[in-house]
Ligand binder design. Structure first.
Ligand code: ADE
Length: 248
């Protein structure tokens, strides 16, 4: 997968995607990440990428032109022209903003299947609405709070999508067992020591009975979801295998 990020702070994206699972996925060539600074596409000597808002008010707004040129450079770098019609039209641009639709694991899984994402991280008061109208296909928020810029949100999205790339996680099972992957929260996990002043490891986990362990984990997941996120249970559709486990 390739991810192009338009950002006034390329160092932030570069450094945050160099570590951990995503860093390893980059090293393994599973994800290619490129950053594009609108300032490099400015038309004045000050490398201006933002200007004052029409109508007055605080803050600055990111200008259309540097963004449009950055986008054209991304399209050119991705060799538009040599592929089929759909690919030629190019990857959709995703704008990270608190006004977007809320990112969840289903959306992450959908994005992870695409082979090219173009992310736009906003700063200041936002981006000229005309750029959003003409060049942006989707607006995504990572939660109902306001960050001082879209870079952290882009890094969150890249992390969530990156770890789902085939070969990114060492244990192929661990993505399948994540919270949300079956619509439920994750079960508790334990490691050594078996006995500690803060408690004991549940006996079933030491029983070696794999069916019993799977059942226990599912029950824990269901219980946690019921207690902590009952809203998730409303739209829960357990798959056949999981349902069978419940009645075993
Ligand atoms: N930019 C600022 N706040 C944001 C949020 N909550 N989600 C995505 N992008 C943002």
């Amino acid at each position: 997968m390739r991810i192009d990020v338009i950002t006034l702070f390329p160092d932030f994206i570069e450094s945050s995607t160099k570590i951990g699972v995503v860093g390893r996925a980059r090293e393994r060539g599973l994800i290619e990440i490129a950053t594009w600074n609108p300032r490099d596409f400015a038309s004045d000597n000050y490398r201006s990428a933002d200007d004052r808002p029409y109508g007055g008010g605080p803050g600055m707004v990111m200008m259309i032109d540097p963004l449009r040129r950055a986008l054209a450079a991304i399209r050119a770098a991705n060799g538009a022209g040599e592929q089929d019609a759909e690919a030629r039209a190019g990857a959709k641009v995703i704008y990270l903003s608190p006004q977007g639709s809320r990112l969840d694991q289903a959306k992450v899984a959908e994005l992870a299947r695409r082979d090219h994402l173009i992310l736009l991280s906003g700063r200041y008061e936002g981006v000229d609405e005309r750029f959003l109208q003409h060049a942006v296909a989707e607006e995504i928020s990572i939660g109902d709070y306001v960050l001082s810029g879209g870079e952290l949100a882009a890094a969150v999205l890249i992390d969530a999508v990156g770890r789902l790339q085939e070969g990114a996680l060492n244990d192929a099972e661990s993505a399948a067992q994540d919270s949300f992957s079956n619509g439920l929260l994750d079960c508790p996990h334990y490691t050594r020591p078996e006995r500690d002043e803060w408690g004991e490891v549940p006996a079933v986990l030491k029983s070696g009975d794999h069916a019993a362990i799977r059942r226990w984990r599912l029950k824990q997941s269901l219980g946690r979801t019921w207690l902590r996120r009952p809203d998730l249970l409303e739209r829960l559709e357990l798959d056949k295998k999981t349902r069978a486990l419940l009645v075993e």
